[in-house]
Design a binder for this molecule. Sequence first.
Ligand code: SF4
Length: 251
Amino acid sequence: MKLSQEHEFRNYSRTLIRVWGPQHWWPARTRFEVIVGAYLVQNTAWTNVEKTLRRLRASALLTPQGIRRTPLRRLQSVLRPAGYFRQKARSLKTFVAFLDQHYGGSLSRMFSQPTATLRPQLLALNGVGPETADSILLYAGQHPIFVVDAYTRRILDRHHILPANTKYDEIRSFCERSLAPIAAQLRTENWQPGTDFQPTAHDPSPMSRANRAPLAQLYNDMHGLLVAVGKNYCLKSKPHCENCPLQKYLP
Ligand code: SF4
């Protein structure tokens, strides 16, 4: 890996923060809502997740206790709009059983574990891959870990930084190595809104405003900004580079 590529990725973050500012991930009121959302978003659109979260909230199921006490069939029925609802209901039940067994049902106790301890525990759970585990760690637990998704993969590939089939943890390490040195300097809260196109960001929420260290804040902001690039310009079928803020970095 060339040092210049890390330097270049740092410049992506500087550019995106300057032009777009905060995207307010994760849109949620509580840590548990983030966790549920991280499971639900697998293989479905965020709009379906929002609809399902509303159904869960209306049924008082957006708590560990709610998931614990609800029969599986009933939970499956509430989760139906998220797709793969049978599997997702089982996975949420598994998560709460894990929380109860290892941490006495306490998210605070769970998240007080070092990242190196908790991450493998989450990855060992049914229905948790690296993106879900890292979303839970970063957005619910404020652990400084970069979330790699399909948008990040596509952008790095199209800019000839890392091929799309690079292993998840290799991409994550690259992003973390690139961004860590500038975490204390780059804060989207200092962003000055421009007059150009602004992607539709989430409204600020208790979880997007949660207290977190500068490194976790930068990983949070940068992931949201790369999602905005992917959704608005770096489309799977055809990239619209002509207006993309990252155009100047194209190889
Ligand atoms: S749309 Fe073009 S310029 Fe923007 S990130 Fe994708 S490949 Fe790069």
